[in-house]
Design a protein around this ligand. Structure first.
Ligand SMILES: C[S@@+](CC[C@H](N)C(=O)[O-])C[C@H]1O[C@@H](n2cnc3c(N)ncnc32)[C@H](O)[C@@H]1O
Length: 205
């Protein structure tokens, strides 16, 4: 199902290690959501809820997250007091067209590719027509410089095991370009020397 090693240890170490390096990306996600005037947001595979904590500071009516790991969800609730539940992002319990914005960050690359595809389809299903879908993930294309690719590749290498195998398959299978084929991309903002993208899609149905 894609839940590999998000136990209590990783859940407790995740933000102390990554919150600072990810701050500018989280902030930009919030800014883009505000610019688009969205009012309801779901973060699929929300992990510790760090991105959700940024949305809490904005003028949103509904901000929710789901994650398959009870340990990550526990941290999200305890640390940030966010609305977060244990659910599979490939098959959520939400009705069609529920949210103005659905998003997934740093999660697609580490899943079996077929599961990543299902998560993108699920995001589309629960987003309203003319709503938005944000993805934050690795993109190794012409805009990605070698230093950025080296750093991000090394981070994934350290994650190891199934995570790293899935990451390599993600790159080999065409990554975000392949997973978001057919969706209308309206923005592609880069970080980490171009190797990490925040891509904004308009959801047309
Ligand atoms: C690398 S973390 C990313 C967390 C967060 N989105 C972020 O930006 O930091 C990947 C997350 O995906 C979750 N996950 C794995 N398979 C999932 C699934 N099928 N449905 C929902 N969450 C899943 C893991 O539990 C983990 O919290």
């Amino acid at each position: 199902m894609g839940l590999t090693k998000y136990g209590a240890f990783v859940a407790n170490m995740y933000d102390p290690l990554l919150a600072k390096p990810l701050h500018s990306i989280r902030k930009r996600v919030l800014l883009e959501a505000k610019r688009l005037g969205v009012k309801s947001v779901i973060d699929l595979c929300c992990g510790t809820g760090h991105q959700l904590s940024y949305f809490k500071s904005g003028d949103f009516q509904k901000v929710v997250g789901i994650d398959l790991s009870p340990h990550m969800v526990r941290v999200a609730k305890r640390k940030y007091g966010v609305n977060c539940s244990v659910q599979n992002a490939a098959q959520t319990g939400f009705d069609d067209n529920t949210f103005d914005l659905s998003m997934v960050s740093f999660a697609l690359h580490e899943k079996p590719f077929q599961l990543a595809r299902q998560i993108v389809q699920e995001a589309k299903r629960i987003t309203r027509p003319n709503g938005y879908f944000f993805v934050v993930d690795y993109v190794y294309d012409d805009r990605a410089k070698s230093d950025g690719k080296a750093v991000t590749w090394f981070v994934e290498f350290l994650a190891g095991g199934e995570h790293f195998r899935n990451f390599r398959k993600y790159l080999k299978s065409g990554g975000l370009e392949e997973l978001t084929k057919g969706l209308q991309r309206i923005k592609d903002i880069r970080f980490v020397s171009g190797s990490v993208a925040l891509q904004v899609f308009k959801v047309e149905k």
